[in-house]
Design a protein around this ligand. Structure first.
Ligand code: ZN
Length: 222
């Protein structure tokens, strides 16, 4: 499937564009990985090849520590450059959930060399997303709860109110450097509780009790 020609689930006018991600955007998660609290947003990208809607995360055999990171995903609805913070939410078309799949073993090795962690985050299917809800149906995106259950057990709970850099600041900051386009996706960071993905795991993420959901399973290739 050529992902570029597929519309975003729940937002039929939009095809996926660039995938931006924010690292270390929740203090408790930042501490659990022994990282320092950033004073500006930590921004990285994933390639479009990482995006998947088909519900399976494929982990290559050489990855030893694949981790889940459950994140609110913001979809951009109109083109913007130098977007002011006060107007930033008007550039959002919708919200959903995604898993920022991370090969923690590879990321650790890259961090030690001060190299970009692209390969640890950017493999095929390392950006599964679920259904999106149009922005008009969300009254306050900065006051939402999302959860992740793995095999029926609660593993992560996120409160968007706890973001170190709220969505408008992320959009304003990003758009100082790059033009945002309709269909661009922004993964906004994970709360604490990240852990290993095992083959056969079934992940179910939920935003505000069914407003948006993501269901995905794990295939660790041997
Ligand atoms: Zn992340």
């Amino acid at each position: 499937m050529m992902i570029q020609t597929t519309t975003l689930p729940g937002l039929p006018d939009l095809t996926p564009g660039s995938i931006y991600c924010i690292g270390r955007n929740y203090a408790a998660h930042t501490r659990e990985l022994n990282n320092s609290i950033p004073d500006t947003p930590v921004i990285f990208t994933k390639p479009l090849a990482a995006l998947t809607f088909d519900g399976i995360i494929h982990i290559p055999p050489f990855v030893t520590k694949p981790h889940f990171e459950t994140e609110l995903v913001v979809v951009i609805g109109k083109q913007g450059k130098n977007v002011p913070v006060e107007k930033a939410l008007s550039y959002v078309a919708g919200y959903g959930l995604g898993i920022d799949v991370t090969a923690r073993d590879i990321q650790q090795r890259l961090k030690e060399k001060a190299h970009p962690w692209f390969l640890a985050k950017g493999m095929d299917s390392f950006a599964p997303v679920g259904t999106f809800i149009p922005a008009e149906q969300v009254s306050d995106p900065q006051n939402m709860t999302f959860t992740l259950d793995v095999n029926g057990e609660r593993r992560q709970t996120g409160q968007t109110s706890l973001m170190l850099f709220p969505i408008p600041v992320i959009i304003a900051t990003l758009s100082r450097y790059v033009t945002l386009y309709p269909g661009d996706l922004i993964f906004t960071g994970t709360p604490e509780g990240v852990d290993i993905l095992n083959s056969g795991d079934r992940l179910k993420a939920d935003l505000e009790s069914g407003l948006a959901t993501l269901t995905v399973s794990v295939n660790r290739e041997s």
